[in-house]
Design a protein around this ligand. Structure first.
Ligand code: ADP
Ligand code: MG
Length: 368
């Protein structure tokens, strides 16, 4: 089974005034100099999943300058199910979405296309704050459990309401009870989904034939380190923390504060102490495990967006990555500066050259 984009049209999307790609389900490699517009294409694909895409950009940032007209992405999905997705924004408006010609909420995208990505800004994922790790892991979780996106939205919405009460120094318990019940329900779902994802990733790494190092992941929950699981646990704990949260003016415990720790399994070394290259290898390894697990669960591998990954690998590792991607039968989207980085793929992939002149990108398919 497969799900892939067979047609992608960008209009007024960053450096692409218009790009029109015809695809056949093989992995896609984009090469070209820095600033040519390669990451912009991956960003467009990432906007076919819920959220703000791989740059977390606002709709207005994306609109091609200097015109600042509305931008649009049109994608046709082929494979076992076919769908037409159209997303974009008019100037000053937020992003809108149509699925098969009908307006739809972004969360619906999670059920149509499963997608995971790795971008250079994640190179410091293990060293920097928990937020990036949470986002990385929640994306994995969403790939396994599409309704994770709704649970996260519901939790964030209720928490914002609670934080407003805390800021206004509201002390009346009645105001909190209802909101905390909603938060607790969502928190329990989020936690359950995350644990399920963790188990699937661990399973997919067990005994896998891969050139990339296994990572042992642990979910670090709440500040006290105690694991909460049932809605009632969360509700009790939110109520018990009210006075502390009032002093802080925000909610201090809950799944929005969880973190993910990784151990480089073969060395028993925490990821943050590994070399830059090892940290990157761990991330690639997790993305591949994610894709294998999804393929085992659903029969379909997710789209895998790998921005500037090839350049960081030696030739042997790169060849191994390509072999693993081809074995997964996923439409991987990859970028790199030169065509030689993708030569090993040969006709197992589609190759596109991306160039830029006068602030306008041109994308052209080439034969390797
Ligand atoms: N809103 C925009 N309008 C026009 N050009 C943009 C916009 N946003 C980014 N760019 C241009 O896109 C180029 C970067 O594209 P990118 O895809 O990141 O390059 P790369 O090929 O190195 O991945 C830069 O030259 C930048 O000026
Ligand atoms: Mg780039």
């Amino acid at each position: 089974m497969k799900a892939f984009l067979d047609h992608l049209i960008l209009s007024h999307f960053r450096s692409h005034q218009r790009a029109d790609l015809a695809l056949d389900g093989r992995p896609v490699a984009f090469f070209g100099p820095n600033g040519a517009g390669k990451t912009n294409i991956l960003e467009a694909v990432s906007l076919l999943s819920p959220g703000r895409g791989l740059r977390r950009a606002s709709a207005d940032d994306i609109a091609r300058k200097p015109e600042a007209l509305g931008w649009k992405i049109k994608a046709e999905i082929a494979g076992d199910l076919s769908h037409e997705l159209e997303t974009g924004a008019e100037p000053g408006h937020s992003r809108s979405l149509c699925i098969d010609g009908k307006p739809a909420p972004q969360t619906a995208l999670a059920r149509i296309l499963r997608m995971v990505w790795l971008v250079p800004s994640q190179d410091r994922l293990w060293i920097e704050g928990a937020e990036g790790r949470r986002r990385f892991f929640d994306r994995m979780t969403m790939s396994f459990t599409p309704n994770h996106a709704e649970a996260v939205l519901a939790y964030d919405k209720a928490m914002r309401e609670r934080n407003r009460l805390l800021k206004d120094m509201v002390r009346d318990a009645h105001w909190y009870d209802a909101i905390e019940t909603q938060m607790a329900d969502a928190a329990a779902k989020i936690t359950q989904n995350r644990h399920a994802a963790l188990a699937r990733i661990a399973e997919a790494q067990d005994g896998a034939e891969t050139a990339f190092p296994a990572a042992d992941l642990t979910l670090i929950e709440a500040e006290s380190g105690e694991a909460l699981h049932a809605p009632a646990d969360f509700a009790t704990s939110f109520a018990a923390n009210r006075s502390r949260d009032l002093a802080a003016g925000r909610t201090l415990i809950g799944p929005h504060r969880s973190d993910i720790a990784a151990i480089y399994a073969a060395k028993r070394a925490p990821a943050q102490q590994c070399s830059t290259g090892e940290q990157k290898a761990l991330l690639i390894s997790l993305i591949l495990a994610n894709a294998r697990a999804l393929k085992a669960d659903t029969g379909t591998a997710p789209l895998v967006l790998l921005d500037e990954v090839a350049a960081h690998l030696d030739a042997a590792r790169r060849a191994a990555l390509f072999d693993e991607i081809c074995a997964l039968e996923t439409q991987a989207w990859m970028t790199g500066t030169g065509p030689e980085l993708f030569a090993e793929l040969g006709d197992r992939a589609q190759h596109f050259s991306v160039t830029e002149t006068g602030g306008r990108s041109t994308v052209a398919e080439v034969t390797p």
